[in-house]
Design a protein around this ligand. Structure first.
Ligand SMILES: Nc1ncnc2c1ncn2[C@@H]1O[C@H](COP(=O)(O)OP(=O)(O)OP(=O)(O)O)[C@@H](O)[C@H]1O
Length: 244
């Protein structure tokens, strides 16, 4: 279980998180949906220990990443908003490096690397160096790095950015498969269709607060709308910063 409790974070005059509270249970895909600047990235960075909140807690299975970062890192896979690849390494070497960082060795590591590359349809780029990779190819390597150690919890910041239709489908199938095998998945997005298609639970964030929470159907019922897009507009009062 990923839990966020009364998270508060300010940057100078900007309140990025304002008593943000929600949880992402195991075996579910939870979507953080909000317009640009709502606080999604700040929230995810706090959960994986890259940022320290002014107050409140972010817990993975009850453990705070700020207090026990190594313990938390073992349990989670992270697909961050910004990531860099080692340009001189091949896709396979990058993923293998992350497997090693997570303590995987020998045949187990090699099998995990092959499996994740097959699953993400990366065979054609496996032995190419990252220099010259397209945005979508880079995204796939970053995704493979995030899941090669089969984490119990997966946190993704706008995972489908830069992916073409086929790759987006591969990503969606992968997330569903991981969900069905018990992984808790928390991802941020401002793309309505993605959230509607994938999420068991949606947490609508606006101005650092939870503006509404529920299944896509419940959000529609709560607002008396038939489409999630309309429900969302009603909840936050604008469609600015949200893509259909
Ligand atoms: N390092 C920082 N320094 C100053 N302000 C920041 C910093 N990080 C975030 N903010 C501000 O905090 C608020 C929340 O930003 P955040 O990136 O968490 O939003 P977001 O919901 O992820 O937006 P987007 O969809 O545009 O990525 C914004 O007003 C942003 O400008």
């Amino acid at each position: 279980m990923i839990e966020v409790k009364s998270l508060q974070k300010t940057f100078g005059d900007v309140t990025a998180l304002d008593s943000l509270t929600f949880s992402a249970p195991e075996g579910q895909i939870t979507g953080l949906l909000g317009p640009n600047g709502a606080g999604k990235t700040t929230c995810l960075r706090t959960i994986y220990g890259l940022l320290k909140a002014d107050s409140g807690e972010a817990l993975i299975d009850g453990i705070d990443a700020n207090k026990e970062p190594l313990e938390v890192r073992r349990k989670i896979g992270i697909f961050p908003d910004k990531f860099g690849l080692y340009e001189r390494l091949t896709a396979r070497e990058q993923v293998a490096y992350f497997a090693a960082l997570h303590g995987m060795e020998g045949d187990t590591a090699a099998a995990a690397v092959e499996e994740v590359m097959r699953r993400l349809d990366m065979t054609a780029i496996a032995d190419r160096r990252a220099t010259g990779f397209s945005q979508g190819q880079r995204m796939k390597v970053a995704l493979a790095q995030a899941i090669v150690h089969r984490p119990k919890h997966l946190i993704l910041d706008e995972p489908s950015r830069g992916l073409d239709v086929m790759s987006t489908r591969i990503l969606r199938d992968l997330l569903r498969e991981l969900r069905d095998s018990g992984t808790s998945i928390l991802f941020s997005s401002h793309v309505m269709q993605e959230v509607a298609a994938l999420c068991d639970q949606v947490v609508v964030v606006a101005a650092g607060k939870v503006a509404a929470q529920g299944t896509p159907t419940e959000l529609c019922e709560q607002t008396g709308e038939s489409a999630l897009e309309e429900a969302f507009v009603k909840i936050i009062g604008t469609d600015e910063g949200i893509a259909a």
